[in-house]
Design a protein around this ligand. Structure first.
Ligand code: ADP
Length: 859
């Protein structure tokens, strides 16, 4: 034998000899000389002598290689099969003739919602599925068993052990034994749930698209030319909308709907999107099969094949012909309305000019008449005319402003404005009304407020005057305060200012606090009857503040009072500090005023110059303080106080307390009260200040008191001896197409310049002629005139005049924006707004005529 097998035989021989035991059916394998594996089966039995000693052995060998190999193959085949079916993506199972599962591959076990094959084996469908599913499966099984035919690819569904629904594609094939008898069946199930879902979704989409009211068209992109699309699908709405049948359009280009009126520029724009596969929306005119035009709103989006390759476009169209019609009508209506509103505001501007011209005469002449010699009744009548004309003018101005704002014609200016001056001016406008109603008017400008702001001063003034006017109108006792404070300083070069107007009046009911800001609306009709007014003031103010980028706000309690306020973010700049002389002389000042807010304001102002204060609420308290020996450098004495008024207190100070030299400054509400006048002279009141007190006036007066009386007297004398300029023979040219206005201005001029020679012109041409022949010293020039207007006349005069620039003062109606700028542009020096009263003309003459000659003119 070869060595390998000899070794094996030797080993087993030894085992028999050593143990004395037989070796039965021992299997050994080896590789033979042809390099093949061989198996042998050996049995060895010991041969013993009579003494029981082993003397040999009997051996039987059999070559079992063939048999062994066959067994191995079977074993591998089974495992192989199992491994194979377990790794199949499809579910595979075998059922026996009792309809019970005897094999289930891994996919089937999972598919059924179980963990291991054991849970499934031996079970019939009735133990696993719902009756409906098991019945159907049972019918199929029976068919296969009885017919012996396979059943292929049958769709079905079942609910698995986890309650999940699966869609399946089932095939069942009979299994036969060697004799051809059917002993079972093998089933293969494919999970087609995803496919089914997809199908369902597609069906859903299809029905949505088919039933959509919008027309839908799907086009296929030619892979060789992205601009070439062919329609592959259209829905019902598409055929209805266009009149084309499906057959008409499938395979055609979507441009089939375009025609002569389809906007080519719009199509070119869309082509750009298409080139870049970007979705896009557009509106164009399309054409139906019968040639009828319709507007369609189209939205197109590209579709990819899932691999980022663009393959199709989907277009959704809507017929918007009706919308377009309405849109066109709306545009037309809007244009019409706009031109109507333009016509309206032009009409209003013209009307108001026409109304102002006669009103100018009414106001001007009644003012003159008022100053002439009249008896009391006549004076009353004239002032009624004057006041009514002024109210009429206010109303016209309000209506005009409102219509301008409504027409979006009002623009907000931005100019450097002295905030203190602004406060003083509005307070001055209101102070007389407040005085008449015996109200305390407080002007409270924060001392840290920078001097200059950039804003529309005219409009802020208008709002503040309106708010203050209302405050005075709706307040019977107490006070009205205008407060300007700084809320936040210097953020991005701007500061936030708060302007507020507070009163202690009737207040406004909460339910009306919104309403009063609307146009023509007042809190209630009874208030209107009692107080009058158009109800436009707040509406205008609110809109003006809105135009300035802010809100007009209100806090109010009925019977307690109201505060209207607004905040503005404005560019601001501190002004140069004004130096007042002699202020250091004041160490301690006594403030006598019954209004606590007023005392505070004065105290704050004086504190700015490090002046200490003591306070008294009325004349009596002040006298007591003085009598008690308190020393003051100055007494600031309010005139109007309860218990003891200012004049009575000063009388007591001078006559009883004998403080004849103690400087006293009287604070009162109106400058022209004759009794105050004479009392002040008698009682040696050093200065008088009209309330509300302005910081500049206060410091001015304080520093003036420091100058000795003698010096002042000398100064006054000097002025008196100068020869009055107004007696000179000035040549004045007056240009206006309205004869009453000419008469008015002539009358005013003659009153102040009695020797003036006045020439008249009724239009620009005449004015230029007279300018040449008369060579006037000053011209008052109306703007709106026939033949040649004021601007042109001024330009002509400027072009022909030689060295001297003659003052030309425009008489503007002030209704048109930029009217004033245009006057200055045309070369005029200044403007006077109509209606003018004598004092306006006086200031203009003082500024432009007398200053040209000598500054000693006294009115
Ligand atoms: P007008 O004063 O011309 O009536 P406004 O628009 O200025 O119009 O004011 C509208 C209404 O708001 C007034 O009629 C009044 O009822 C109310 N109102 C305005 N300001 C005040 C205020 N300070 N106190 C009380 N009520 C006020």
């Amino acid at each position: 034998y070869p060595k390998e097998i000899a070794d094996i035989y030797h080993q087993s021989d030894q085992l028999v000899f050593q143990t004395g035991l037989p070796q039965i059916n021992r299997e050994d394998s080896f590789i033979d000389d042809q390099n093949k594996k061989r198996f042998i089966l050996t049995s060895k039995i010991p041969i013993k002598n009579e003494n029981g000693e082993i003397i040999g052995l009997v051996g039987i060998d059999r070559d079992i290689t063939k048999q062994k190999m066959a067994e191995e193959t079977v074993k591998y085949e089974r495992n192989l099969l199992r491994t194979l079916i377990d790794n199949l993506p499809d579910a595979v199972y075998v059922k026996d003739k009792d309809f019970r599962k005897i094999i289930a591959n891994t996919t089937e076990v999972k598919f059924m919602g179980f963990e291991s094959e054991d849970e499934v084996l031996g079970k019939s469908d009735y133990e696993v599925y719902t009756k409906e599913v098991a019945d159907s499966s049972f019918t199929d099984d029976k068919y296969v068993f009885t017919s012996g035919q396979p059943q292929l690819n049958k769709e079905g569904f079942f609910i698995d052990n986890q309650n999940k629904k699966h869609w399946t594609l089932n095939s069942k094939v009979p299994i036969r034994d060697e004799k051809g008898m059917i002993i079972g069946l093998v089933g293969i199930g494919k999970d087609i749930t995803d496919r089914k879902d997809e199908e369902f979704r597609l069906k859903l989409f299809e029905s949505v698209i088919t039933n959509a009211t919008d027309a839908v068209a799907v086009t296929e992109i030619d892979p060789n030319d992205v601009h070439n699309h062919k329609i592959i699908f259209v829905n019902e709405s598409y055929t209805k909308m266009t009149g084309y049948s499906k057959e008409d359009v499938i395979g055609k280009s979507p441009s089939i709907l375009q025609g002569p009126k389809t906007d080519k520029t719009e199509l070119a724009r869309v082509a750009e999107y298409i080139k870049n596969y970007q979705p896009c929306e557009f509106e164009v005119i399309n054409y139906k099969k019968n040639g009828e035009e319709f507007w369609s709103a189209i939205s197109i989006s590209p579709i990819t094949d899932g691999n980022k390759n663009y393959t199709h476009w989907i277009a959704i169209k809507r017929d918007i012909t009706e919308h377009k019609k309405i849109e066109q009508e709306l545009i037309k209506a809007k244009e019409k309305a706009e031109s109507g509103s333009k016509a309206k505001s032009e009409f209003l501007a013209n009307m108001s000019h026409e109304i102002r011209t006669p009103l100018n005469s009414v106001i001007g002449f009644s003012d003159l008449l008022h100053k002439s010699k009249l008896d009391d009744i006549q004076r009353q009548y004239v002032s009624a005319v004057f006041n009514s004309a002024n109210s009429l003018l206010d109303i016209i101005n309000e209506i005009l402003d409102f219509s301008k704002i409504e027409a979006g014609k009002l623009e907000i200016e931005n100019e450097k404005t002295d905030i203190f001056e602004l406060g003083y001016q509005v307070a001055d406008v209101i102070s007389y009304q407040a005085y008449k109603k015996d109200l305390e008017l407080l002007l409270n400008i924060g001392l840290d407020v920078p001097r200059f702001i950039w804003t529309d001063a005219v409009r802020i003034r208008q709002v503040l005057i309106n708010l203050l006017g209302n405050a005075v109108k709706f307040t019977t006792t107490g006070e009205v305060e205008l407060k300007i404070e700084i809320l936040q300083k210097d953020i991005e070069g701007k500061s936030i200012f708060r302007f507020s107007v507070r009163d202690t009046g009737i207040g406004i009911n909460p339910e009306n606090q919104q309403k009063i800001f609307e146009a023509f609306s007042q809190e209630d009709a009874s208030i209107n009857r009692k107080f009058g007014g158009t109800g436009l003031g707040l509406a205008i103010s609110r809109r003006l503040i809105n135009l300035m980028g802010s809100e007009l706000k209100l806090e109010s309690t009925p019977q307690v009072g109201s505060t209207f306020y607004f905040d503005l973010k404005l560019k601001a700049m501190d002004g140069e500090a004004i130096e007042w002389k002699n202020l250091y002389e004041y160490k301690k000042v006594l403030i006598v005023d019954d209004n606590v807010n007023n005392r505070h304001i004065l105290k704050d102002m004086l504190a700015l110059r490090l002046i200490n204060c003591d306070e008294a609420e009325n004349g009596l308290e002040a006298c007591n303080k003085l009598e008690a020996g308190n020393k003051y450098d100055l007494v600031l004495m309010d005139y109007h106080m309860p218990v003891m008024d200012g004049i009575t207190a000063i009388e007591k100070i001078r006559n009883e307390l004998k403080l004849t030299e103690l400087p006293i400054m009287l604070l009162h509400s109106s400058a022209d009260d004759a009794s105050i006048n004479s009392a002040c002279q008698e009682l040696n009141v050093h200065q008088r200040l009209v309330k509300p007190i302005k910081i500049e006036n206060l410091f001015d007066s304080l520093s003036k008191i420091g100058i000795s009386n003698n010096q002042r007297k000398i100064k006054l004398k000097e002025i008196d001896v100068k020869q009055p300029a107004h007696l000179k023979e000035y040549k004045v040219l007056v240009v206006d197409d309205n004869m009453f206005n000419i008469l008015l201005i002539k009358t005013i001029i003659t009153q102040i310049l009695p020797n003036a020679q006045i020439s008249e012109a009724s239009n620009g041409n005449e004015a230029v002629e007279l300018y040449r022949s008369v060579q006037p010293d000053i011209i008052f020039m109306d703007i709106q005139m026939p033949e040649m207007n004021g601007y042109d006349a001024a330009k002509v005069i400027r072009s022909i005049e030689k060295l001297n620039r003659i003052p030309i003062i425009a008489l503007t109606a002030g209704t048109l924006k930029d009217e004033k700028e245009r006057c200055l542009e045309a070369g005029m020096n200044d403007y006077v707004s109509k209606p003018f009263v004598s004092s306006t003309i006086v200031s203009a003459i003082d500024k432009w005529l007398v200053s040209t000659f000598e500054k000693s003119f006294v009115i």
